[in-house]
Structure formats: C-alpha cells, structure tokens
Design a protein around this ligand. Structure first.
Ligand SMILES: NC(=O)c1ccc[n+]([C@@H]2O[C@H](COP(=O)([O-])OP(=O)(O)OC[C@H]3O[C@@H](n4cnc5c(N)ncnc54)[C@H](OP(=O)(O)O)[C@@H]3O)[C@@H](O)[C@H]2O)c1
Length: 248
C-alpha cells in the first residue's frame, strides 16, 4: 500500500526545528493541503508560519502534556497523516554505570515512547473517521540495536519501534497505515557532537516522504541507516557485533 500526500492534512510534532521542520517542508512540497505544526513554544513557529500562510496551522503541543494533546485533537478533526517526530536525547556518553542514564532515560521515555503512544492513541479515532490515514513514527537506527553512546535513548527508541509494530497490527482493521523511520546521524541540534558523517535534514525528509508515498513500512532515510537497516533485516546479531566493534 502507498499513501499519497497530495491534498491531505498532516500534523508534525516537534515541527519548529531539525527533522520535524524539514518534514513539514517536504510534506508541503508534496502537496499537502494543510499542515498542523506542533511545537512547545508557538513563537518558534513564526518563520514557518510566515513562509506558508494559511496552509500551516501552528499548534501548541508538548507531547508529554495531556491537555495539549486533547486541544490538538479538538483542533484537527480533519487529520489524515500523523507524524510523531518530537524526540529528545537527554544524555550522551558515559560508562554503563553512569547514574545519569536513569534520569535521562525517564525523560527520553516520556517524550520518545509515551509521547508517541499518547498522540497515536488520541488521534487513532480521528484517522479512522477520515478513512484510515497514516501514522509515521520517528525511531532511529538506535531502535534496532543499542548504541553505547546513547544507552537510555536507544532503549526509548526501541520502545517506540515496538509501539510502531503494535499500531501497525492493531490499527490495520481501521485502514491506518503505519510507517517506522529509522535514521542514522542527521545534521540537527540533537546530533551535534556525534562523531559520524551526517545527512542534512532536508535530504532525510525527502527520503521519508518518498518512503511514505512508496508504502515502505521501514524507512531508512540516509546512507548509514540504509546500510545498518539492511544488516538488521538480514542478521540482527551480526549488527550487534558490528556496533560492538565500533564501540571498541
Ligand atoms: N538527528 C539525528 O541524528 C536523529 C537520528 C535518528 C533519529 N532522530 C529522531 O528524529 C526526531 C527529530 O530529531 P532532530 O534530530 O530533529 O532533533 P532536534 O533538532 O533536537 O529537534 C527535536 C524536536 O523535538 C521537540 N521536542 C522535544 N521534546 C518535546 C516535547 N516534550 N514535546 C514536543 N516537542 C518536543 C523539540 O522542541 P523544542 O525546540 O521545544 O526543544 C524539537 O522541535 C527525534 O525523534 C529523534 O530522536 C534523530
């Protein structure tokens, strides 16, 4: 199955910068009729709103706040495409016994897992009423194998991958297509200081839109994720050994 973006109505969380902003641009370029752009601070959307006029609807949306989510659902009754992009990497680097993995992990689970699950639960009935639609969840190559630089973030992204599978299985009967996106390093604030070659956010966002329109359930939008994604699909244990060798 494929999902045609032209003429649809989409919501992107964490739309004010990074991959989220680039996905908004790519979805609009693909012909979306309206994009609800979610951000914790509405003023962070001023530039996007000025660029796109009435096609872009700013939405105050912290994905950890139930009141924000309820208001977003009430304000977007025509939604057909939900993009769960908002994410956080709260702690990077350290030994396995670093106590900060615990504190950071709680925040990462709140945003990356519970935020994704909450938005998906809240909008599933809206998507059903609008013909099924589609959900796109931003995981990471770290969903597929744990990267020791990102111990707790990787676990939160594995949880997001798991909920992506659950949504795909459980929302199929209402006609909702569910896509998982598993990027490698993308050149955004989140990846500042990550010691790998990075793909630009606009290039990754165009690959994500192409994947949605092609009906590709697992989308690998950059060279590293394409290589690691292929390794994961062929031999998950081999990928773990590959990352262990990189870490060493
Ligand atoms: N960059 C990479 O290398 C990479 C690789 C794999 C996967 N990803 C994933 O791609 C997604 C986008 O990441 P990015 O690289 O664009 O990161 P980014 O530049 O740090 O942007 C993160 C976005 O998420 C928003 N956000 C954080 N907490 C939020 C919350 N509680 N409610 C609503 N929005 C929240 C941020 O809003 P504020 O501006 O208010 O903080 C920001 O808009 C994330 O899910 C990330 O895990 C990124």
């Amino acid at each position: 199955m494929s999902f045609r973006i032209k003429g649809t109505t989409a919501l992107v969380t964490g739309a004010n910068r990074g991959i989220g902003e680039a996905i908004v641009e790519a979805i609009i370029a693909a012909g979306a009729a309206r994009v609800y752009a979610g951000a914790r601070n509405l003023t962070d959307l001023d530039v996007l709103a000025a660029r796109h006029g009435a096609r872009l609807v700013p939405v105050k949306l912290d994905v950890t706040r139930p009141a924000d989510i309820s208001a977003a659902v009430a304000g977007a009754p025509d939604l057909q495409l939900l993009v769960n992009n908002a994410g956080v990497a709260a702690h990077v680097g350290g030994s396995f016994t670093d106590a900060r993995w615990i504190e950071a992990g709680r925040e990462e689970m709140e945003v990356n897992f519970f935020g994704t699950l909450s938005l998906t639960q809240a909008f599933a009935p809206v998507l059903a009423r609008n013909g099924g639609g589609a959900i796109v969840n931003l995981g990471s190559v770290a969903s597929l194998v744990n990267f020791p630089l990102f111990v707790a973030y990787s676990a939160s992204k594995a949880a997001a991958h798991s909920i992506t599978q659950a949504a795909r299985i459980m929302l199929k009967s209402q006609g909702t297509q569910v896509f998982g996106v598993y990027p490698g390093p993308i050149d955004t604030r989140m990846a500042e200081g990550v010691p790998f070659d990075k793909t630009s956010a606009p290039v990754a966002a165009r690959a994500i839109v192409e994947g949605i329109e092609a009906g590709t359930e697992e989308i690998f939008p950059d060279p590293m994720s394409r290589s690691m994604g292929a390794a994961y699909l062929a031999d998950p244990k081999g990928l773990e050994r590959q990352v262990a060798a990189m870490a060493a």
